[in-house]
Design a protein around this ligand. Structure first.
Ligand SMILES: [Zn+2]
Length: 328
C-alpha cells in the first residue's frame, strides 16, 4: 500500500518525519509519523495527538500504543501522528502563534485544509490527504490544555454527520468504555464546522475525540485510560486479540452541554470534580477576589456530569468554568 508517498507491505513497522511546510530560513516543518501495517488485511485507524499545542497526553497515548503493537498481531493498519501541530507544540500554546501563521491558527478549525491556503490550512491538507482520506476510523486525542482538566469523549456531530457515521461513532465510544462519559448530540454552532470530527464525518469517516487530562502536564492515569480505550476499540474492531477493559462500566451520554460563566473576573475555587453527578442548581465553584471575598457562585444549569474543571483558577468574565454534560 502507498502511505505518505511510501510503499509499505504487510508486516511493516516504520516511523519517519514527513515534511509539511518550511520555515522562512528554509528549514523544514515536519511531522513525526508512525505506521504499522498488520500481517492480516483489515481496517485502517488513524491516531492524532496534539492538534492543540498545550495538550500533551494524546502524544503519549499515540507513542505508547504504537510502541506496544506488533505487526504480527495486527489485523489492519494503524497510522499515528504524535504531534499534529508542531508550531503550536513548540511554543507551548493551544494554537499556532500569530507571528507564525497570521490567521486561521487553530488547526482543529481549518479541516479539511487547503494545499494552496494559509500555513495551517496547508498542514491540515497534508495530514488530510495522507492520513485521513482512505482511513476507516480516526481517534483525535484532546484534553483540557493549560487551563482545564477533562475526562470525556467528544462525539458530537451535525445532523448530516450523525446520519452518515453516528452509529459508528456511538459504537467506537462504547468500545472505548471504562465509564468515560460521552458528549453526543448534534451541534449547530458553525464555528466548529472546520473541526476534524465534522469534516471527516461528512466524508463518511467516523472520528471521535477522547478528552483526557489537562493542566499542561502528562498524567499517567489519563494516558493509561487513553491507551486502554484505543486498545479496546481495536479489540472491538477485531484488529487485535484480547479482553477489553472496563466495557461493563456504565457510560453516561450527554446530548448537550454548557459552561456556566461568571460576570466578573476573579479566582475560582473548585467545588466539583471530573465525573461528578450534580443536580440542577448545585454549587460547582465559588469565585473570589484576591482578598478572599466571595464574588459569585457558579451553579449547575441542569442535572449534569462534570466533563471539564478549571485547572488554572484565574478567570476573566465570560471564561469557561465547568463543563456540564446534561443528563436526561
Ligand atoms: Zn484540543
Amino acid at each position: 500500500m502507498e502511505l505518505f508517498g511510501k510503499t509499505l507491505g504487510r508486516g511493516d513497522k516504520t516511523s519517519f518525519r514527513f515534511g509539511v511546510a518550511s520555515f522562512p530560513d528554509g528549514s523544514p516543518i515536519s511531522l513525526e509519523v508512525k505506521i504499522i501495517v498488520g500481517v492480516n488485511e483489515g481496517p485502517t485507524v488513524t491516531l492524532l495527538g496534539v492538534q492543540h499545542g498545550d495538550e500533551y497526553n494524546g502524544m503519549e497515548v499515540v507513542n505508547r500504543l504504537m510502541g506496544s503493537l506488533k505487526p504480527g498481531d495486527l489485523t489492519g493498519t494503524v497510522i499515528g501522528i504524535p504531534v499534529s501541530n508542531p508550531l503550536a507544540f513548540n511554543t507551548g500554546m493551544r494554537v499556532t502563534p500569530p507571528s507564525v501563521g497570521y490567521e486561521n491558527l487553530n488547526l482543529n478549525r481549518v479541516w479539511p485544509g487547503n494545499p494552496k491556503g494559509l500555513l495551517m490550512e496547508r498542514i491540515a491538507a497534508s495530514i488530510w490527504e495522507n492520513a485521513i482520506v482512505g482511513t476507516d476510523y480516526v481517534i483525535d486525542l484532546h484534553e483540557g490544555g493549560r487551563a482545564f482538566m477533562a475526562r470525556y469523549i467528544h462525539a458530537r456531530g451535525t445532523q448530516e454527520t450523525d446520519r452518515l457515521v453516528g452509529d459508528e461513532i456511538r459504537r467506537l465510544c462504547r468500545f472505548f468504555g471504562q465509564g468515560i462519559p460521552i458528549l453526543g448530540g448534534v451541534r449547530t454552532r458553525s464555528h466548529m464546522m472546520g473541526s476534524l470530527s465534522i469534516q471527516a464525518g461528512l466524508r463518511g469517516i467516523p472520528c471521535i475525540g477522547p478528552e483526557l487530562g489537562g493542566g499542561s502536564r502528562i498524567w499517567p492515569e489519563f494516558v493509561e485510560t487513553g491507551v486502554q480505550g484505543v486498545r479496546n476499540i481495536m479489540i472491538g474492531l477485531d484488529m487485535i486479540q484480547g479482553e477489553p477493559v472496563g466495557s461493563e462500566m456504565e457510560q453516561i451520554t450527554a446530548p448537550e452541554s454548557s459552561w456556566p460563566k461568571t460576570d466578573m473576573g476573579g479566582v475560582m475555587y473548585n467545588r466539583c470534580e471530573l465525573g461528578d453527578i450534580v443536580e440542577e442548581g448545585e454549587l460547582l465553584g465559588v469565585l473570589k477576589d484576591t482578598t478572599g471575598s466571595l464574588l459569585e457562585e457558579v451553579k449547575a444549569p441542569y442535572r449534569s456530569v462534570i466533563l471539564d474543571t478549571r485547572y488554572i483558577p484565574t478567570v476573566y468574565p465570560g471564561d469557561w468554568t465547568f463543563h456540564c454534560g446534561k443528563i436526561v
